[in-house]
Design a protein around this ligand. Sequence first.
Ligand code: LUZ
Ligand code: MOS
Length: 755
Amino acid sequence: MMKNIDSSGHLRGESIYVDDIRELGGTLHAVPFLADVAHASILSIDYSRAKNSKGVIDVLTAGDIPGENQIGGIINDEVLLAEDKVHFIGQPIAIIVANSHYEAREALHLIDIEYQELEIITDPRTAKEKGSLLFPARTFKSGDVDKAFADCEYVFSGKADSGGQEHLYIETHASYAIQLERDNIKIYSSTQGPTAVQKTVAQVLGLSMNDVEVDVTRLGGAFGGKEDQATAWAVMAALAARKLRKPVKLVLDRADDIIASGKRHPYSSDFKIGLDKNLKIKAYKVTYYQNGGAVADLSPAILERTLFHVANSYFIPNTEATAYSCKTNLHPFTAFRGFGGPQAMFVIESAIALSAEMIGVERSLIQEKNLIRKNDRFHYGQSCDSNNAIKSWDKIYEKFDIISEIQRIRKFNSDSVFIKKGFSLMPVCFGISFTKTPMTQARAMVHVYQDGSVGFSTGAVEMGQGVNTKLMQLAAKAFSIDIQRIKIESTNTSRVANTSPTAASTGADLNGKAVLIACREIRKRLEEVAAEVLEADAGEVAFVDGEISTIRKNRGLSWEKLVETAFLKRVKLSEIGHYATPLIHFDKNTERGHPFAYHVYGTAYTSVVLDCVSGVYKVEDVKIVHDFGNSMNIGIDKGQVEGALMQGIGWMTMEELKYDDRGRLLADSLSKYKVPDIFSAPEKVDILELETEGPELAILKSKAVGEPPLMYGIGAYFALRDAVRSFNPASKPDFDAPFTAEKTLLALYAVRNKK
Ligand code: LUZ
Ligand code: MOS
C-alpha cells in the first residue's frame, strides 16, 4: 500500500505552507480591521492615529479598490471591505499594512470608529418571519404527501435543530501576494479554489484573469472552510501588493480567523412523518430554516444539497421539502464537509427516532424497513443503482454480531443504576458530484521529460486528504513506472486553468480521470515508438515495471530508452487531459434529474457510556461497514473515514457555537469551543469494506470518500439519546444537537408530562 507522500515531510516539519514560504526582501504584513458590532451604519472612521503608528505603511479601505468592491461567489451580495454599513461581527473594514505583523496589530487599536447600531437578527426563524432571506426558497417534491398522510396509520410532527461547526483547520487563512512586472501578480493562497481567487482578484483589481497567477502547494486542512472563504484574504493581500508595489503577506491570527470566517450552517427544521401499520414511511414533509449569515456565500449550493439528502438512505414515496436560506447578522456560513447533507440527515433521523419512541418500537426496526433498494427512485428522480444500503446494514449485523452487542448493552443497563449505555445504527447515503453540473470538470497537464522522469499538475488541491498521493499512483500506473520517477507540481492557475474548487469529495475522481486521459494519450504515442523499435504491432507492446517488451522480443527497451528515442523522433511528450463527468444533469425548473455520478453508502453502529450523575459521556465503540468501491488506497481512505467520523461526532456532541443576541460569537477560542481530542475519541473504531464492484465513474472504481463518513457521527447523538432514555424513560429531549454534557444532564432529570 502506497503511503501518503506528504507523511515524512509533515512528521519532520519540512512541508511548506504559505507562512513557511521564504519571504522576499521588503515583504510587508497585512492585518484586517474587523467590525465589532453585528449591524450598524458607520458614522465616521479616523485612521490618522493608526497611519502614524510605528512601522505602519498604509491603511487600505474600499476607496483603494480599483475594480469592483465585490467578492460574492454565487450571488453578488458581498463586499470585500465595508463601505457605509457593517452586517456581522468580523466583517473586514480596512487593511493595515506594516513592516511587521505585530506593528500592524498594534495599530488596530488606534482606529477611531463610530457606529450607529441597527436591528440585529441572529435567529433564522425570526429572519424568515421578517422576510429576510438571502435568495428565494426552493421546494423538492415527490408523490403527493397530503394524500399519503391521510392514509397513514401513524403521523408525527416535530422540530429538529442542529448547530454550526467551526472548521478549525490547523493552518488559518493565509496568503502571500507578489507584484511582478507590468500588471502581473502572483499569489500564494491557502485555498481550495485557486480559480476563484484568480477570478476575484482580477475583478477587484480591475485586471484580467491572465494577469493573475495563483499557486497552491498544500493546505493545512480546509474541510470546506477554504472552498470560497479563502478568497477574501487573498484579494486583500493582492490589493495591498498592487497599490504598494511590494510583496504582502496576510496570515490570520486564530482569534480573527474564528470570528471572521464562515462555519457550518446551523439549521432549524420542522418535520412531519407518516408511517403505515407495517412501519413503512409513506410520507415526509420538512421545512428547513438555514441560518445563512449576512451574505449568500455558498448557501444556495448548500441549501440545494440539503434538499437532495432529505431522506438519507431511505426510500420515501411521498416527500415535500422546502428550504429557506435566512439572512442574519452573523458571519456568512459556508461549505463544511457534507455541505448541507448532514443537516438534512439529522432531521430525518430525528423523525424516525420520534416515531419509534411514540409507537414503542426500536428505531433500528423502522430504519431497516425503509432502506432504499436498487431501482427505487430518489425524490429528485435519479434511480438508485445498487442495494448497498441494505448490504451494508446486513453486513454490520452479521460481521459484528450487533444482536449480541445490543443484548450486552441491555444486560449492562439492567445491572447498572447510574452508568447507562446506549447504541444506535446510522445508515448513510451521500451523492457524489457537484450538484451544479458545470462544475463537474477537471484538467491535468502531464509532461514526460527527456530523461524519463514525469512531472504533472492538476486542478486538485492537497489539503491533507491524500489526493496528491492518489494522483501520483495513477500516473505511475498509467506508465507502469516507479512512483519515484513522478513528481506532482503545485496547483497553479497558469498550468491548469478554470478549475473547480477541490470539494464535494470529487478531487480524486475528476482530476484523476483527467490524469488518466492525458497519460493514456502520451502512452499511446510511446507504444507506437516502442512497436517500431521492437518491430512489433503497437497492440503487442507491454509496459511492465519500467521495461517495455512484446511476447516475442521481451528485453532491451527500458522506459528511459523509449522516452529518449521518442524525443529524438520529435514525438509530443506532453498532454493536457480534460474530463467532464458524463451522464449527469439536473433541471432546476422541475427539480428533477440525475445529478450524481453515483452514491456512497454505509452503516455505522455506535455505542456510548453515560455517567447519569454528571451527564458526562464517552463514545465507546464505533463499527462501520463502508462502501469504498474498489479502494485505490485503503490506508488513505480509512484515514478519511476515521477523521470524518470524529468530526461528525464532534459536531453532534461537544462542538457548540454559541452566539449572544447581539451577534457575538461567545465560543470564540479553543477554551470555549470544545473539539474532540484523543480522550473523547472512541476507544475502538472498526472499519470494514463493503464488497462492491465500484462504479465506472469513480476513479479506478475507487469511490469518493472525503465527506460521506462524516454523517456516521450522527449516530453518536442517537446513541446518547438511547442511553438517556434507559435511565429516564419519560425523558423526551428536544432534537437539539449538539448533545453537550450539560444538555445530557438536563435531559436525564427532565420530567416530561407535557406532551
Ligand atoms: N461544493 C459545491 C460542494 O460547490 N457544490 C457541491 O455540490 C458540494 N458538495 C459537497 C461539498 N462541496
Ligand atoms: Mo467541500 S464541503 O469544500 O467538499
